[in-house]
Design a protein around this ligand. Structure first.
Ligand SMILES: *[C@@H]1O[C@H](CO)[C@@H](O)[C@H](O)[C@H]1NC(C)=O
Ligand SMILES: *[C@@H]1O[C@H](CO)[C@@H](O)[C@H](O)[C@H]1NC(C)=O
Ligand SMILES: *[C@@H]1O[C@H](CO)[C@@H](O)[C@H](O)[C@H]1NC(C)=O
Ligand SMILES: *[C@@H]1O[C@H](CO)[C@@H](O)[C@H](O)[C@H]1NC(C)=O
Ligand SMILES: *[C@@H]1O[C@H](CO)[C@@H](O)[C@H](O)[C@H]1NC(C)=O
Ligand SMILES: *[C@@H]1O[C@H](CO)[C@@H](O)[C@H](O)[C@H]1NC(C)=O
Length: 833
């Protein structure tokens, strides 16, 4: 994080309201509100709190902010009401008797509040709470007995001040983030955020929406110091502590300054640049000490196996040792995204090459409790391990394991060469080496023999040809999926195999090994069909579903059915990669998707903002296309029968893929459009005719799609306990809003900023058409896809929706219509795999 340079930085877009009329105090107490024009100033004079207004807003939008009090240029470090500016000059900020800070409009409308009253007990009678602005820039609400009820440092805006902590919680993996302003004069939340990596806790990221655009690289010790050593810079040293273990539940990032350094801060700019700035009093300007954007520093800019060399000026993309550009032409033209490929395929015996001064690649696996030599051994013994890096962690600020052994399999993402320093690693990279010499030696001894006779030449040529072909094939396969212990099944009907179809049959013992004997630690979900585990098979992350043992299908039929399903390939379907069958164990192997199931994001208040409207629309369209493929475009007509938010998984790019299709076939329950013995599915998503009469058709899936579509638009679960706005469920609610012409109000408040009203209306309309009571009225998926892609042609008005009354508690359950429960498929949520 240290790229010292000097760049002037100026913000001149904000105006301060008229100066305070009277001597400043450092606190707000009940009964003494703060009005526009007045400020409170911290004891020590460093920071002020008051109303400010972006220069170009008419009528003037007023925000409550904290800024540096002792520098002439208004530099706001925190904003309270980012999304809810007030406009009236009779607005006021007051501390209530219940210890809440409340910003109210002229009419008394509450624009913003700290909302602690509900969470904390009311202050004891006799004393009054106070909101005190500390000289660190932290606004703290203190109860009369001195406890902190709320502090602005826990609610960061775009600025990270010394002493502030950005926390992340182990269990929920939720954490605080800096969120950029939308523009230089617009404090509302922009697309960029900064925070710790929720997966590893070992590095920090800057994200654009959900896409990483910069990362710090894994932590190499407890501190990263940015010494601004250049003589023309201020005498500031910034100590950044990454991942300080706070309690067993959370860790945090923080930083502090060397003595005497003042006015130094990190800020996430509205362009997504995470900058360290310091104030130069003589020139009255902010100076940039480090930054994250520019040249090849963007996340993954140099492609897989490439690295950004920032020790050179200007920084450039290069290929890691042993690799060459995938496309030389692109590389020369300055297009690096295709990255680099190995010059020579790895053999298991290949050794490692040390690369010092590297900011380690992303997507590492942390192996606990290994010293340097054990770390090397860990990587050496595992043929799919391509690199490792080791660091000792500090003793003083961490608990427990002080080792940090990182290993990588597969391609290396987002490597940077930073030069040797505090924050750099030595990356030990496995490179094909010794093998090469041996092979050329072998070739030399073969050649004279070739010259001896024409026959031998022919033989040698054909031999070489076969060998070459063999190697190329091996190489290609190796690249696609290095599954050392896997064999493409030959018993599964060779004749059916399409050229590009690769189906894996894996030994059960390998599955046991990969999942550590189905350990709870590997488990990522559970559904009626069985438990789901995450595992590595060769170099590939996969989701392994262990089917419950009550399917009475024979092994052969099962395999045939699985192969058939595996051939259904579409970018919006989760890929079924293979299976494993042994005795009564039936295992399905799926591709693993990083972002889990849609419901885990859509209905989680701390995550749902990750899904803006364009993303939601893409998810809807993707699911529609996937379903259309199942219904119509694949060789089989597959009715999903359990489409729901939990069965839509999101990949790293938030692209949707439908999971669990074909389960009915796999469970040998493949009558179609008929009465079925067992109703599989999830209440609430099931079409009424299916839930009540067991009749299913592709139109029952259309119904489920409609329900899903309403959920995506509203961000509300189909059945929220206690009903929705007085209606028993989402469908009835949506139908009523539609009838009253208020369909626009269906949109989730979280997408208000990003959605187009037309699209929301169109989606609601399509959804209501899909959930109509009469299956014949519901559209086919083909016309749904067409409508979603091309906007509305003239759509018919929807008729009454079909739904069936039930209490909210029985919603996520299935009903088994027969007592005979061959497939007692209680489908609960299957978490993301
Ligand atoms: C707050 O407390 C003061 C003093 O106890 C009292 O005079 C005032 O009416 C209270 N305000 C409200 C809104 O309850
Ligand atoms: C952020 O994402 C948006 C939309 O995906 C894109 O247009 C923009 O260029 C991105 N900005 C940066 C700095 O990555
Ligand atoms: C601060 O500003 C002065 C006056 O413009 C300039 O001479 C000096 O180099 C600046 N210091 C830094 C560290 O930029
Ligand atoms: C810079 O810091 C060092 C050590 O803290 C101190 O001795 C020195 O006086 C400082 N220099 C200036 C110009 O402030
Ligand atoms: C880690 O600590 C051990 C023991 O203190 C030391 O021998 C070793 O060199 C250190 N390794 C690294 C990579 O700093
Ligand atoms: C090889 O390494 C990967 C990644 O760390 C791991 O998932 C896999 O289980 C290892 N294989 C063996 C045989 O240790």
């Amino acid at each position: 994080m240290a790229w010292p340079a000097i760049i002037r930085y100026a913000i001149a877009l904000l105006v301060l309201l008229p100066p305070p009329p009277c001597a400043a105090v450092d606190r707000l107490v009940p009964g003494n509100p703060l009005s526009p024009g007045a400020t409170i100033v911290s004891d020590g004079g460093s920071f002020a709190l008051g109303f400010f207004s972006p220069a170009n807003s008419t009528p003037a939008k007023l925000y409550i902010g904290i800024w540096y009090n002792d520098i002439p240029q208004l530099t706001v470090v925190w904003v309270a009401n980012r999304e809810t500016p007030v406009t009236s000059s009779s607005a006021s900020l007051s501390l209530t008797n219940a210890s809440d800070l409340v910003l109210s409009d002229a009419g008394g409308r509450v624009a913003w509040t700290t909302n602690v009253a509900g969470a904390a007990p009311a202050p004891a009678a006799g004393g009054a709470a106070a909101a005190v602005l500390l000289n660190t820039g932290n606004l703290v609400i203190r109860s009369p007995d001195g406890t902190t009820l709320w502090q602005s440092f826990d609610h960061p805006a775009d600025t990270f001040l010394p002493g502030m902590k950005i926390r992340i919680r182990y269990v929920t993996r939720a954490g605080e983030r800096l969120v950029s302003w939308k523009g230089p004069a617009d404090p509302s939340p922009g697309p960029f955020s900064f925070g710790a990596d929720p997966d590893t806790f070992l590095q920090v990221f800057v994200w654009n929406g959900t896409r990483p655009i910069w990362r710090s690289g894994p932590w190499t010790g407890y501190m990263v110091s940015t010494q601004t050593t250049a003589p023309y810079l201020t005498n500031t040293s910034v100590i950044v502590y990454l991942a300080v273990v706070n309690t067993e539940e959370e860790i945090y990032i923080t930083f502090s300054l060397s003595d005497g350094a003042a006015h130094t801060r990190y800020v996430l700019t509205d362009a997504g640049d995470y900058q360290l700035q310091t104030w130069n009093g003589s020139s009255s300007a902010w100076i940039l000490l480090s930054w994250t954007r520019g040249e090849c520093m963007s996340y993954g800019y140099c492609g897989l196996n490439g690295y950004c060399d920032i020790t050179e000026f200007p920084s450039t993309c290069k290929c890691l040792n042993g690799f060459e550009p995938t496309s030389l032409e692109d590389w020369r033209g300055g297009r690096f995204s295709q990255g680099c490929r190995r010059k020579e395929a790895l053999r298991c015996g290949d050794g490692f090459l040390a690369f010092p001064g590297i900011q380690s690649p992303d997507k590492f696996v942390l192996v606990r409790n290994r010293d340097l030599h054990e770390c090397e051994a860990e990587c050496t013994k595992n043929c799919s391990c391509v690199a490792y890096a080791y660091a000792n962690l500090s003793t003083s600020r961490t608990k427990g394991d002080l080792t940090r052994c990182l290993v990588w399999t597969g391609d290396l993402t987002d490597t940077t060469r930073t030069g040797v320093g505090d924050a750099s690693d030595t990356l030990y990279l496995r490179v094909a080496g010794t093998m090469r010499a041996k092979r050329s030696h072998a070739l030399k001894t073969v050649l004279p023999a070739v010259l001896i006779s024409g026959l031998l030449i022919l033989a040698a040529i054909s031999l070489a040809w076969f060998k070459f072909k063999g190697r190329v094939n091996y190489g290609a396969k190796h690249k696609k999926l290095t599954l050392d212990d896997m064999s493409a099944s030959d018993e599964l009907g060779e004749g059916n195999h399409a050229q590009d179809f690769e189906f894996l049959s894996v030994r059960f013992e390998d599955i046991v090994a990969a999942t550590s004997n189905f350990s709870e630690a590997c488990k990522i979900g559970q559904g009626g069909f069985g438990k789901v585990y995450k595992a590595m098979l060769g170099c590939r992350e996969v989701a392994i579903k262990r089917l419950s043992k009550d399917s009475d299908q024979g092994t052969k039929e099962f395999k045939n059915e699985v192969v058939l399903i595996a051939k259904l390939q579409h970018r919006n379907l989760v890929r079924l990669l293979g299976c494993s069958v042994e005795a009564d164990e039936k295992i399905l192997i799926y591709e693993y998707l990083a972002n889990g199931s849609l419901d885990a994001t859509l209905f989680d208040n701390s995550r749902k903002m990750l899904l803006d409207w364009p993303m939601r629309l893409n998810i809807i369209k993707g699911v529609a296309r996937g379903l259309l493929y199942l219904h119509q475009d694949s060789r089989l007509t597959i009715i999903h029968r359990d489409l729901k938010a939990a069965n839509v998984l999101l990949d790293a790019e938030m692209r949707p893929k439908i999971a669990d299709f074909g389960m009915a076939r796999i469970f040998n329950d493949s009558q179609e459009n008929a009465n079925t013995r067992c109703v599989v599915g999830t209440y609430g998503y099931m079409a009424p005719e299916y839930a009540m009469e067991g009749v299913f058709s592709i139109k029952s899936d259309v119904y489920s799609f409609g329900v899903l579509l309403l959920e995506v638009v509203t961000g509300i679960r189909r059945s929220s306990s206690g009903g929705i706005m007085g209606f028993p469920n989402l469908i009835v609610y949506a139908w009523n809003m539609w009838k009253e012409g208020k369909a626009r109000d269906l949109a989730d408040p979280y997408i208000m900023d990003t959605c187009s009203l037309d699209e929301v209306l169109l989606c609601s309309h399509v959804a209501l058409l899909c959930v109509q009571e009469n299956p014949d009225d519901r559209p086919l998926m083909s016309s749904v896809v067409l409508t979603l892609e091309n906007g509305s042609t003239r759509l018919p008005a929807p008729n009454n929706p079909g739904h069936y009354g039930q209490t909210s508690s029985d919603v996520e359950q299935t009903r088994d219509r027969t007592e005979n429960s061959m497939n007692s498929l209680t489908l609960t949520t299957i978490e993301g795999r």
